[in-house]
Design a protein around this ligand. Sequence first.
Ligand code: TRP
Length: 352
Amino acid sequence: MSRVVSGMRPTGRLHLGNYFGALKNWIELSQRHGCRFFIADWHMLTTGYEETGALRENVRELVLELLAAGLDPARCLLFRQSDVPEHAELALLLGMVTPLSWLENNPTWKEQLQELSKTKLTRTLSGERSAAPAAGARHELRTFGHLGYPVLQAADILLYRGEKVPVGQDQLPHLELSREIARRFNSLYGQVFPEPQALLTQTPKLPGLDGRKMSKSYGNALDLSEAPEALAKKVMGAYTDPTKLRKDSPGHPEPCAENPPGCAVYALEKLYLGSDKLRSIAADCRAGKLGCVADKRDNLLPALEAEYARMRQQRERFSGVDVEALLAEGAEKARAEARATMREARRAMGLA
Ligand code: TRP
């Protein structure tokens, strides 16, 4: 039985891409393995340190989203990173052996600096942020904490001697760094930490409603908390195939020269429908016997709606749960493990 560890930042609502990217694995793994899952609120501060007013509430909401999606807190440890201060202590120690060049070359760091400075700048220019600092002032992203993001993430994992880390594909560079940091620590002070491996799902990339990758920032996502009418509206408006002008034109469900991204509806159907059904949908679409409107209405929407109804029910069931108590209980168990690892890490490094 492998030791499974993973975290999620409380960034707001979860969408289907998050679900198929990592959460589905969290839920499946928690049936069979000892799992430690946490809400990475400190990681939120690495870029979001200026706006922290909603942090606590966002943690609560993420916990409720996880429960609604099917994570059973009785079968795994679920806690908040900042409730276990050992994460910070281990991050400090790991930071001592992590060369700056590793962090500066982290592709995620480079991309984020570019991306975030762009969005912050436009937000400031459009005057959307009333509480903006001085006019034209830029949110400083080149901070010690932001650069050290992967060191904190390595600490998150190694603190529980994590071996398997279910994450989305975007986390692969961070996992690589976690392994390098573990290796360096072990080579300096003796074998303390295993080298953690990422665990991806079968479908790490999900198309959004416009055919691009599903992402909150593209505005093309199906949130897990979508109400029935909103779900129907989004599905009925989803990207299919621009060459299929009428319902009896031949369509291209799979990516191809005529429809390079492939039909987003068909890609989502692959997650929910059986292979016989899929084969007949694809054949009828190609033959011009199935129109996109009918396909969405009769095939994708009912399948999605069934899944969403299940989640709505779970959400309802957990609406009265005392999230703070649940997190406190998780943190207490996590701390017992964390303390034991810290004793060993300190001793290995020659500390008291
Ligand atoms: N960086 C991860 C993300 O943005 C969140 C995270 C923080 C994490 N610490 C972790 C994931 C440890 C796995 C293990 O999704």
